[in-house]
Design a protein around this ligand. Sequence first.
Ligand code: CP
Length: 305
Amino acid sequence: MEHLIDIENITKEDIQNIIMLAREFKNGKKKSDVEKQTLALMFYENSTRTKCSFEIAGQKLGMNIINFDANHSSLLKGESLKDTIENLYFLGVNAVVIRHSYSGIINNVMRLVKYPIKFINGGDGTHAHPSQALLDYYTMLEKIGSIDNKKIAIVGDVSHSRVAKSNIKLLSKFGVDIHICAPTYLQFEYLNESNIHYHSNVKAAIDGANVVMVLRVQNERHEKEGYPDSSEYKRLYEIETNLLKQYAANDVILMHPGPANRNIEVSSELLDNTVGKTILEQAQNGVYVRMAILNTLLKGGSNAS
Ligand code: CP
């Protein structure tokens, strides 16, 4: 594993190794192999969980962390992302985490950069969010033991969700049945795969589900694209206590990558009770999974300075 750009570029073995390593970091059984290496966080889009958990992960590993400030950088003087990253490499940066609103930009810039800096995709447009899929998988295993023969429902704005796309790729590698639920105007492109099932009815989608992963309604994109307002979505798709009790498995776990729109895609009541705690545990597991990602990519590495 050279970089982490998309789940499709990594193997099942890579995924299992990251999960095992994350467990060791969480249990305090593993020491850092990447002390004193330098990580730059390049966030061109807002973030709470991804940015802070990569920062905390780097700190726990004894790394130096640079919070690259895009709004005060020479990018505003016209410097390209390629030139910026090559300069960071020569300043001593070993790895960059990039979040950007353009789908595919990290792949593109990685091909242009001539030096061996490591790239981590922190979420690009509507394309991919691989570290989120890895921490989601970690959380599922922690909570339900195994995903074999389990029903996983993903409910929400899948068309705009990089999280859903990375989760679908990861779970498909393990042959899991995935039930995707959205109104037709927010549905995922149709994939002719036997493990992927499409629903517009939320009751059918979550019926007997062991995992219900709720996605954020991405209002900022809807306003631009002229979709119905979120009250229509809430009426038909909001995951709330009675719906979950009536249809999902008794021991269902509720997941959400965050940030959540309370009382739109998921009720406040659910978020604030014990069922909702799993969502905070997802964020917490993000620290250990990101420690495992950094340690895997940077072990044995050196930099230009
Ligand atoms: N899940 C996620 O990517 O959250 P942030 O946007 O807060 O990083």
